[in-house]
Design a protein around this ligand. Structure first.
Ligand code: XMP
Ligand code: MG
Length: 180
């Protein structure tokens, strides 16, 4: 375990099994959708997205969107900004937004509302992690990996000040790393 962590929350094998199950569920739910597009929210969803799309087992396109709400802090600023838009046209397509973690829900609500205006045939949400205690806007998560407690987690794409994204598991960051 990385020395900056308090504990491992979700180990590699548990992550891989859950991601595989999410891929199977998405494949089953989209059998009648001719065009499936995954939209990853950079940068945190990158590793989840890479594993998820290989577990879907059907033709799928992907694109990425970049937004920011956090900065180098563990608390959301509440302000979401679009930093990079999609390259693909999603009109008439079955779109699934792929996010690493849903906390207040503000980021996903912003992206969902933005993409809905482009008239996709369907617009769903897949989030690896969910902090139910922290939700303050209502968003429907169609595919969910794990509900987790309200602690700051890193690894498997998630960072603190751009560190720890490459850890192959999810761990709780020791508060001493971010409290000075
Ligand atoms: P909201 O509040 O908009 O937050 O739902 C979603 C975004 O907040 C970041 N986030 C975290 N990042 N560990 C992280 O590394 C966490 O525990 C955590 N909680 C929220 C994340 O970027 C997500 O996209
Ligand atoms: Mg993120």
């Amino acid at each position: 375990m990385h020395p900056d962590l308090e504990r491992v929350l979700i180990d590699t094998a548990t992550l891989q099994n859950r991601v595989q199950a999410l891929g199977t569920a998405i494949a089953q739910a989209t059998v009648n959708a001719p065009e499936l597009v995954l939209v990853g929210i950079l940068k945190g969803s990158l590793i989840f997205m890479a594993d998820l799309m290989r577990s879907i087992g059907r033709e799928v396109c992907y694109d990425c969107i970049a937004v920011s709400s956090y900065g180098a802090s563990t608390e959301s600023s509440g302000v979401v900004r679009l930093n990079k838009d999609l390259d693909l046209d999603i009109t008439g397509k079955h779109v699934i937004i792929v996010e690493d973690i849903i906390d207040s829900g503000l980021t996903l609500k912003y992206v969902h509302d933005l993409l809905l205006r482009r008239n996709p045939a369907a617009l769903e949400i897949c989030a690896l992690l969910n902090k139910p205690e922290r939700r303050n806007v209502n968003v429907q998560v169609d595919y969910r990996g794990f509900d987790i407690p309200n602690e700051f987690v890193v690894g498997y794409g998630l960072d603190y000040a751009e560190r720890y994204r490459n850890l192959p598991y999810i761990g709780v960051l020791s508060p001493r790393v971010y409290t000075h």
